[in-house]
Design a protein around this ligand. Structure first.
Ligand code: SF4
Length: 187
């Protein structure tokens, strides 16, 4: 029948008028999880413009650097007895494509994709995260390749700074530090 397709299409469009919106008006609104409800709207395996690295788990093996197709990860180590000490660990996120291969390759769960996504800079050199920056920066691991973190994501995300919105109230006091995620066997 002529026009039936249009009627069906419009009916579908009309139904969406009464569904909860899944988009936000960024940057005025942000899915930054100081509110766990907001966090639930994000994919738990969301890969941001960010990495989380744990110096205490890293053995300096260099597997992540070898796995990076862009050559974005630089590692320098020195030997102390039987172990390697990481002197330099840097990732150039300005060249990164966030494929996650380094995270998948790390045998010690020392590197995770991060959930931060506001890392823009006018200076390219500021897009190179250094070892010290990784140590100091807030740990915001994504559950990408680490499904065991999915139930922990809201707490981990709670460490993220409050969203910067016009007329926003001053940020609440920083909560106690979230422990480093335990190593868990992947299924
Ligand atoms: S693969 Fe993991 S343990 Fe090895 S150097 Fe990279 S982050 Fe460190």
């Amino acid at each position: 029948m002529y026009g039936l397709g249009i009627a069906k299409g419009m009916a579908l469009t009309f139904r969406h008028l009464f569904r909860r919106r899944i988009t936000v008006s960024y940057p005025e609104q942000k899915l930054i999880p100081d509110n766990p409800d907001e966090w639930r709207r994000l994919s738990k395996r969301f890969r941001g413009y960010d990495f989380t690295w744990y110096v205490d788990k890293c053995t300096g093996c260099g597997t992540c650097a070898k796995a990076c197709p862009q050559g974005n990860i630089e590692i320098e180590t020195h030997r102390e007895g039987k172990r390697l000490v990481v002197d330099k660990f840097s990732i150039d996120i300005g060249r990164d494509m966030f494929c996650g291969l380094c995270v998948e390759a790390c045998p010690y769960d020392a590197i995770y994709m991060g959930t931060g996504y506001e890392c823009a800079s006018y200076v390219r050199s500021k897009l190179v995260y250094t070892r010290d920056q990784f140590i100091e920066k807030e740990k915001r691991p994504s559950a990408y390749f680490h499904p065991e973190l999915e139930h922990k994501a809201p707490e981990a995300a709670a460490e993220m700074p409050a969203p910067v919105t016009p007329n926003a109230k001053p940020p609440a006091e920083k909560p106690a530090e979230t422990p480093v995620p335990a190593m868990a066997a992947r299924s």
